[in-house]
Write a protein that binds this ligand. Structure first.
Ligand code: CP3
Length: 342
């Protein structure tokens, strides 16, 4: 096995950690903006296999990352289940809301998701043909809780209030939404793997707002079910879990879910994550995204500190969350050069 990402995911400690970056294809890159303009809008770009493959490849060409992440979005799955989805420029996603049993009953299930999501699998196929052999292709989906927060509120929310309210007021409906998403996520990831994804990642961006028992039931348990079923259907396919801002919830997450790698955000220190997370298996992440905006000595010293801290176990270098549109592409190069020691 020569691909460095797959070696790290299998538990190997490498002399230099492999690197990729969350949201590595995105608005901080002029070539992304050009292709997005050509596509017309963000969703048209997601559903255009040629152009989606092109933007996936752009950061690989520019920087030589060790992994490519499929260009798509976590909100395509609710759309495939029948929710309306659109993006408001400068504001973010909007969806038709699911707050009643009648709303829920309108959602589809089973193989119907593929009618909408087929172009995404096409993108995966193109990428497997076009990617250099040493680069790993990562597929992904949103975790059920995070996707549900958008479906229930109809948009992004600072505290996931509407989803917490539905959980309190109609737990049966709330759990039915999560169950439907869990089932659909397995089918979606499984189809990405059939098309050629070599690793899958589950983004639980809002896991941090679930506490204690809720975290166990609605973040950890769906991640466990999805990971187990993916591994049953596709033996040997590694899974990366990202329960963002899980804090103490990160502890034991590998063992409890079966995930091969747990991605950590920057609300924990690398030293803490070595002791409490890397003991369970491969870790990914931790550099604060703002360094991609600010650069300079702080970027270099923080990058070195993270590499050094994780150097005695399996580690994939990444940011703690996605790169932001105001990032300077030169700072990404500085981060990579620092990690690779050139
Ligand atoms: O990482 C990658 O480069 C792969 C593609 C990818 C996108 N979104 C493209 C995107 C991935 C993995 C995602 C995941 C995603 N999408 C998450 C989970 C990770 C995270 O960041 O917490 C979430 C919560 C979403 C939902 C979403 N999509 C929001 C809230 C927004 C609007 C905010 C924003 O950044 O504009 C999006 C839009 C989006 N998804 C963009 C990109 C490149 C920007 C769209 C544009 O070009 O205008």
């Amino acid at each position: 096995m020569t691909k460095t990402i797959l070696r790290a995911l299998a538990g190997e400690t490498l002399p230099t950690p492999p690197i990729w970056m969350m949201r590595q294809a995105g608005r901080y890159l002029p070539e992304y903006k050009a292709t997005r303009a050509q596509a017309g809008d963000f969703l048209s770009l997601c559903y255009n296999p040629e152009l989606a493959a092109e933007v996936t490849l752009q950061p690989i060409r520019r920087y030589g990352f060790d992994a490519a992440i499929l260009f798509a979005d976590i909100l395509l799955l609710p759309q495939a289940l029948g929710a309306d989805l659109w993006f408001v420029t400068g504001e973010g996603p909007r969806l038709s809301t699911i707050t009643t049993q009648a709303d829920f009953d309108k959602l589809g299930r089973g193989a119907m998701i593929h009618d909408t999501l087929n172009p995404i699998y096409e993108t995966v196929k193109i990428l497997r043909r076009e990617l250099p052999p040493e680069i790993t292709l990562i597929g992904f989906a949103g975790a059920p809780w995070t996707v549900a927060t958008y479906m229930i509120a109809g948009q992004g929310t600072p505290d996931q209030g509407p989803a917490h309210a539905l959980k309190a007021e109609n737990r049966a409906l709330f759990e039915a939404i999560l169950d439907r998403l869990t089932e659909a996520t397995v089918d979606y990831l499984s189809a990405q793997i059939d098309a050629g994804a070599e690793v899958v990642k589950l983004f639980d961006s809002w896991a941090g707002s679930l506490k204690d028992e809720d975290f166990q039931r609605y973040a950890l348990e769906p991640a466990r079910l999805i990971t187990q079923e993916i591994k049953r259907r596709h033996p040997g396919i590694p899974v990366i879990a990202f329960p963002r801002q899980a804090a103490k919830g990160y502890v034991g997450f590998h063992a409890a879910t079966g995930a091969d790698c747990v991605a950590v955000d920057d609300s924990v220190t690398a030293e803490w994550a070595v002791e409490h997370v890397q003991v369970g298996g491969c870790v990914q992440g931790n550099l604060a995204s703002r360094h991609m905006v600010t650069g300079g000595d702080a970027l270099v010293s923080e990058t070195r500190r993270i590499v050094r801290a994780f150097s005695n176990g399996p580690h994939i270098f990444n940011l703690g969350h996605g790169i932001t549109p105001d990032a300077d592409p030169a700072n990404v190069q500085l981060m990579i050069d620092t990690v690779r020691g050139v």
